[in-house]
Ligand binder design. Structure first.
Ligand SMILES: Nc1ncnc2c1ncn2[C@@H]1O[C@H](COP(=O)(O)OP(=O)(O)OP(=O)(O)O)[C@@H](O)[C@H]1O
Ligand SMILES: [Mg+2]
Length: 282
């Protein structure tokens, strides 16, 4: 399928190049009784253009904090964040606001504006940024809603939608500014199994059809195994190991989570292969 040019991310680098570089980033929080807690410790990571990159780890491991460093929702105490050639940590306020147009984000609880229609939710970031006229906003919002198959829901309100539909509105909103990167924090954790499958398909489409690079945090190994091509295991705020999925690499994994994830990924791969064979009547 050809991708309409209006939906393609701007300024994307060729597939395979490092699009995101996290350089020795650390983040600590002040503890109420004094002292500090190291939530992210000296993390260095690269995510390539076109990746669906998973961050996995136990609750409290620091996955969400690390993801929030990617777009500077949390500013690292030290280290650098570079996305699409721009070192975010070196930018002033206005330049950072512009650079963030290149990074969409979705959350477990959708974070939609309850008193705004679906259309206005998706239009919100474009209106806030202020560099689009009314006709451009209308065209862009309609294209994004069509992409997530909610073209007929523009005038409804979040309360009238299912969880899966709400998350698809959040995806449309995150894609409104044509970002090269989509950050997802537990995007399917509030959804049932069937809705999860269809949402993962939407994320895959966004990755494959639009070329958007995805970084996804999840504690659900079947989710990560089904869509990621690369993952990092986070333990105590640091990268315990990082590896590719389904590339035939048989190197034993260092962490129990890594070993478990490989089993999920192989199962997902095998079931996709047998479904394809069935469809082809082989
Ligand atoms: N704003 C904050 N102030 C103080 N401590 C924080 C703050 N945000 C996170 N933390 C602490 O940092 C650690 C990592 O939190 P984080 O939310 O990144 O974990 P997580 O891996 O996403 O966990 P979960 O799977 O439960 O979402 C936790 O111990 C948490 O209590
Ligand atoms: Mg979290």
């Amino acid at each position: 399928m050809t991708i309409p040019s209006k939906l393609r991310p701007q300024g994307a680098t060729p597939r395979g190049k490092a699009l995101i570089r996290i350089g020795a980033a650390s983040k600590s929080f002040a503890l109420p009784k004094g002292g500090r807690f190291d939530a992210v410790r000296n993390v260095t990571l690269e995510v390539n253009e076109g990746d669906i990159f998973g961050l996995m780890g136990k609750s409290g491991a620091g996955k969400s904090t690390l993801l929030r460093l990617f777009n500077l929702l949390e500013r690292p105490d030290s280290g650098s964040i570079t996305i699409d050639g721009q070192e975010l940590t070196a930018l002033g306020k206005k330049a950072l606001r512009d650079a963030r147009q290149n990074i969409g984000m979705i959350f477990q609880q959708f974070n939609l504006l309850q008193n705004a229609s679906v259309f206005d939710n998706v239009a919100f970031p474009l209106r806030i940024h202020g560099s689009h006229d009314k006709a451009q906003i209308e065209e862009r919002v309609r294209a994004c809603l069509d992409l997530v198959e909610l073209g007929d829901k523009a005038d409804t309100y979040p309360a009238q939608l299912s969880g899966g539909q709400k998350q698809r509105v959040a995806i449309a909103r995150a894609l409104a500014s044509k970002p090269a990167v989509l950050l997802c924090d537990e995007p399917t954790s509030a959804l049932d199994a069937e809705t999860t499958r269809s949402l993962l398909q939407t994320l895959k489409d966004v990755n494959q059809r639009l070329g958007v690079t995805i970084v996804i945090v999840s504690h659900e190994l079947d989710v990560l195994g089904a869509i990621c091509n690369r993952v990092a295991v986070i333990e105590d705020g640091a990268v315990a190991e990082e590896f590719a999925l389904n590339d035939g690499d048989e190197t034993p994994r260092k962490t129990a989570l890594g070993r478990e994830l490989l089993q999920y990924a192989r199962a997902a791969n095998a079931s996709a292969t047998s479904a394809a064979k069935e469809a082809a009547h082989v």
